[in-house]
Ligand binder design. Structure first.
Ligand code: PMP
Length: 406
């Protein structure tokens, strides 16, 4: 029999310079997870509202994923996409059913969000038209094509020159799209909700209007649902809330519930543009990742998690909205993608105070905390966070702003 030692006794490794530092030195080393909780190397427990950056739909160590992955890795772990496998075929067919694209769609499986977007970029290039319209403050990934679409100077500038032909218009502004799109436009690329920008929602009807404009000019509409897809906003895909069909859809993050998998799904004529030999990736369609994705999709459906997203999302947004605190400016979101807006650029300090109180949250922007918890989060867990938030905000309030008390 083995006994679980605490991280310290087991000699758990903490931050090491052997790891390239992407986001700043992590303050905590996580060791294990179960349900919506994770534990650090010292055995401290956190409610995971960070969700692996909107990935862990079924929380941690969900038996459906554990079983599916264990079975598949012991059966056929990898083949490359020179070969079809049962899990890849079933996943593609399931995605075409859930998106409603049916036999009009073709699924290209890859390993991440940025790769799904790169494939969409290549499809846009294959139209033969030179220009792509994306939106300001958008985030589409960090590889060079996806970065060219990303509308944030801080991420782009250090890597210029980027692939040419992309211009950025204000997000949520139909007239800006109308003015920018013409018969030289290959594609308009959009997030239904700008996640990394701080959970920014467009006005209702935006996607519908952009769909009409792109169709008028024969330009593709590429919807990037890497962050909003697979139930995050309470429907399988956010585009379905506006009753439109995109030409290209990109998904990743929550699709694998923690295993690295993404997909670029092309619909109708755009599905014919990447002909054999033009694109590929060694790990795309990996059967273990596909098995995990199938377990995710099945469990979201079987456990009624889309309804849970609506229900628990409302508990969080309504609860936070009802709070009054000098640091709190408001809350916005869709389903379980929620931005907590702060009056001051203290999101990193609030995230740190939250961690000390047992919650992991993502300081997405200097003045926005993003909550992207597992879709299995319960109302009780959400209410607990709402109850503790004022004390967390107190703890993060700069000393010179605290009342002296006399
Ligand atoms: N598109 C969107 C909308 C995203 O939010 C992200 C990741 N935050 C990406 C693309 C890139 O995904 P990945 O990090 O898996 O490359």
């Amino acid at each position: 029999m083995t006994t679980r030692q605490s991280g310290n006794e087991a000699g758990a490794r903490r931050w090491s310079a052997a790891l390239m530092n992407n986001y700043g030195t992590p303050a905590v080393t996580l060791e294990r997870g179960a349900g919506s909780h994770v534990w650090d190397a010292d055995g401290r427990r956190y409610l995971d509202l960070f969700g692996g950056i909107a990935v862990n739909v079924l929380g941690h160590a969900h038996p459906a994923i554990v079983d599916a992955v264990t079975r598949q890795v012991g059966t056929l772990g990898h083949t490359s996409n020179f070969f079809a496998t049962g899990p890849a075929v079933e996943l593609a067919e399931t995605l075409l059913r859930l998106t409603g694209f049916g036999d009009q769609g073709r699924v290209l499986l890859c390993n991440s969000g940025t790769e799904a977007v790169e494939a969409a970029f290549k499809i846009a290039r294959r139209t033969g038209r030179p220009n792509i319209i994306a939106t300001r403050n958008s985030f589409h990934g960090r590889t060079m094509g996806a970065l060219a679409l990303t509308g944030q100077a801080s991420k782009r500038t250090p890597f210029e020159p980027l692939p040419a032909g992309v211009s950025h218009v204000p997000f949520g502004d139909v007239e800006a799209i109308r003015a920018a799109v013409d018969d030289q436009t290959a594609a308009v690329v959009l997030e239904p909700v700008q996640g990394e920008a701080g959970v920014v929602l467009p006005p209702e009807g935006y996607l519908r209007a952009v769909r009409e404009i792109t169709a008028e000019h024969g330009a593709l509409l590429v919807i990037d649902e890497v962050q909003t897809g697979v139930g995050r906003t309470g429907s399988w895909f956010a585009f379905q809330r506006e009753g439109i069909t995109p030409d290209v859809l990109t998904i990743a993050k929550q699709l694998g519930g923690g295993l690295p998998i993404g997909a670029c799904i092309a619909v109708g004529p755009s599905a014919q543009l990447l002909t054999p030999g033009l694109h590929g990736t060694t790990f795309g369609g990996n059967p273990v990742c596909c098995a995990a994705a199938l377990a995710v999709l099945r469990t979201v459906a079987e456990e009624g998690l889309l309804d849970n997203v609506d229900r628990v999302g409302k508990v969080l947004t309504a609860g936070i909205e009802s709070l009054e605190h000098p640091l709190l400016a408001g809350v916005r979101g869709s389903g379980l993608l929620i931005g907590v807006l702060l009056n001051r650029p203290v999101a990193p300090q609030v995230a740190e105070a939250a961690r000390a109180a047992g919650y992991l949250v993502n300081p997405t922007q200097p003045d926005v905390l993003r909550l992207a918890p597992p879709l299995i989060l319960t109302s009780d867990e959400a209410e607990g966070f709402v109850r503790d938030l004022p004390a967390v905000l107190d703890a993060a309030t700069p000393a010179d702003e605290k009342e002296s008390g006399d």
